[in-house]
Structure formats: C-alpha cells, structure tokens
Design a protein around this ligand. Structure first.
Ligand SMILES: [Zn+2]
Ligand SMILES: [Zn+2]
Length: 194
C-alpha cells in the first residue's frame, strides 16, 4: 500500500510505502516549532506540534515537481529539513548522515485523511518533547507516555538505520544532499523563536 505525497499546491508529488512507516508521533520541540515559523503560518498545530511519520528514505519516491524540493537547516549541525519551495509545505526531516536511514515525513504532505492514516499506519499515540508545547496536550498518563514515547521514538529511528543505498534526498552513494542547503545563521535561528 502506498500513501500519496503532495505539497499544498500540488506541484511536488510522490508516494510513500505505508508498510515501511515505523511509527507516528507529534513533536513539540523548539526546533520543529522554529521550522514551522520559517515556513509560515498554518504549519504547526494549535499546541505548536508537528506530526511526523517515521520511515526509511528508500520508502519515499518523488514523481513530479522535484525541482521544487528545497532544503534548509536551523544551524550548521541541524537536521536537514526538506520542504516544497513552491508553497512552503513541509515534506520531511532527515539526518545529515544518510547512513542513518531515517526520514520523518511531515503530516502536511501526506495526501490522506486522518481516518486513512489511522487505518494504514495505526493510531497516533506518541507525543514527544511535550514540555515545549505551547498549549496543554493530551494529558492522560502523560509522564509515562512521554517517557515511553521518547525511548520508543529513539528505537524506531535506530531500527530504521541500515539499507541506506536508496535515498531520494541524497546524491546516490554520497552524503551530499540533492539540493543546496540553506543553513540559518544564529541570528536567523533566534528570530524564529517565539
Ligand atoms: Zn507546492
Ligand atoms: Zn521536533
């Protein structure tokens, strides 16, 4: 089964193999929030969260509009954060080293309803970095959930490691991203903290 990837304006399109999505989570960390502010309004949820689906880069295929794929980083060591430059839809976050085979696809580019995602990927239970949320988030047993999620999330990312040859975000067999990366200066990064 696959889920369509689509930027808001529809120019950048692709697919992700839903069987290879390991987990879903909402991240409330300051960096994801700064990235949301970089892209513009309507990217973050009301509590400052970004929903991502963890998968292998090899499970992602771009089919149209690759010329619109753009990449930025919040600093010289930050994740590569990919988005559609045509309409500033977030696409996904990858480590800088493609040997860690992970991409967190952002919900905004998954062209499916919440019900479809629940069915294909399982329910969304994991909320990480909730201490940075800008509004109260789902609170039943939050401390336990938070701890379990944090560990589970790290394990998911680790488990996805390996099998890194196919990766649409990097030039084949290299650690060189397919697009020039806009790396923010410290001042630019600070300006995105709200
Ligand atoms: Zn677009
Ligand atoms: Zn985050």
């Amino acid at each position: 089964m696959s889920i369509a990837l689509r930027c808001r304006c529809g120019q950048l399109r692709g697919q992700v193999d839903s069987r290879r999505v390991a987990a879903r989570a909402v991240c409330y960390c300051k960096d994801c929030q700064a990235y949301g502010h970089f892209l513009g309004t309507g990217v973050l949820d009301p509590a400052g969260g970004t929903e991502v689906a963890a998968t292998l880069p090899a499970a992602v295929r771009f089919e149209a509009g690759l010329e619109h794929l753009a990449c930025m980083s919040l600093g010289p060591k930050g994740l590569y954060r990919w988005y559609a430059g045509c309409c500033r839809t977030p696409i996904g976050n990858t480590p800088r080293d493609p040997r860690t085979s992970y991409v967190g696809l952002v919900r905004a580019c998954l062209d499916a309803s919440d019900a479809q995602l629940d069915q294909e990927l399982g329910p969304l239970r994991c909320r990480v970095e909730t201490q940075s949320a800008t509004a109260p988030v789902q609170s039943s047993g939050l401390n336990t959930v938070r701890a379990v999620c944090k560990i589970g999330w790290m394990l998911v990312k680790a488990r996805l490691g390996g099998g890194y040859r196919e990766n649409p975000f990097f030039r084949s067999g290299t650690a060189e991203p397919v697009k020039e990366v806009q790396v923010l200066s410290l001042e630019q990064r600070k300006a995105l903290t709200r």
